[in-house]
Design a protein around this ligand. Structure first.
Ligand SMILES: Cc1cc2nc3c(=O)[nH]c(=O)nc-3n(C[C@H](O)[C@H](O)[C@H](O)COP(=O)(O)O)c2cc1C
Length: 237
């Protein structure tokens, strides 16, 4: 099984040094977990994005194993960032990191950490962006956030993901969940007469679907019209 080292650095020198160390230690690939929270109002989005691409470029010149970049969903123009990272040397993009926002305790007046695991509803954000980026960026795509079932993983592949990753599902259900998901995927593919995962990959990406606007803002009114309060009440009962 390939081993992918996950790296989250602070200084440029630290990122490069540890990337080299991971390669020397035998990692088959590296995942760079880029996460800089710009608090200073004078720092622009261009500063942040250029910093990310420069960093990926620096690491690319120092290591030869494949590099994946794990991104946050908070970019104004994600396709542009994705392309610039690929040009800088990223072989894969992981969409998305899931941030744990701090919680306020009203009794103790403290800012407290609060880990809540994901659920399948959170799949939609990365699903949309994988579907949009598939065929538009020269990098493999991994979907991270909200994969809990075989259906979730199938959707990831159909949107165009090369990989679907699981964390919350494994923490809540144990490592055996992987076996179940793979078996369920296989059963679904047999029932629907798919012969391979690659046959499915990207078949529901934005460039493949009959209505590409469904992935864009134009879909807003349709989404609102699809709301059925009776169905929601029935589900809550
Ligand atoms: C307990 C825990 C620890 C995590 N540690 C890391 C980490 O060290 N680096 C990282 O890139 N992501 C980390 N993540 C984020 C996961 O890799 C993943 O992107 C996120 O949980 C969304 O996927 P999920 O919906 O399958 O949980 C962590 C998540 C959890 C729940």
């Amino acid at each position: 099984m390939p081993i992918i080292g996950s790296l989250n650095g602070v200084s440029t020198g630290g990122w490069v040094e540890y990337a080299q160390k991971m390669e020397e230690a035998g990692a088959d690939a590296l995942e760079l977990n880029l996460y800089y929270l710009p608090i200073d109002p004078s720092v622009t989005s261009t500063d942040v994005e250029s910093g990310y691409t420069a960093l990926v470029g620096d690491i690319r010149t120092q290591v030869s194993i494949p590099l994946a970049v794990k991104l946050s969903p908070f970019f104004t123009a994600l396709p542009n960032v994705a392309n610039r990272l690929a040009e800088a040397g990223a072989n894969g993009l992981v969409l998305f990191n899931r941030f744990y926002q701090p919680e306020l305790d009203l009794e103790t007046l403290e800012v407290v950490p609060n880990l809540a695991l994901s659920n399948s509803d959170e799949l939609r954000l990365p699903l949309r962006w994988i579907a949009i980026l598939h065929g538009r960026v020269d990098a493999d795509l991994a979907l991270s956030s909200g994969v809990h079932t075989a259906e979730d993983a199938l959707k990831a592949v159909m949107a165009g993901a090369n990989i679907a990753t699981l964390t919350s599902a494994l923490l809540s259900s144990g490592i055996g969940r992987v076996t179940q998901i793979l078996a369920d995927m296989q059963e679904w593919m047999e029932e629907h007469e798919y012969e391979s995962v690659s046959q499915m990959r990207g078949s529901m990406s934005q460039q493949s679907v009959a209505e590409p606007a469904a992935f864009e803002r134009a879909n807003y009114i349709k989404v609102l019209s699809s709301f059925d309060p009776n169905a929601m009440a029935a589900r809550d009962r």
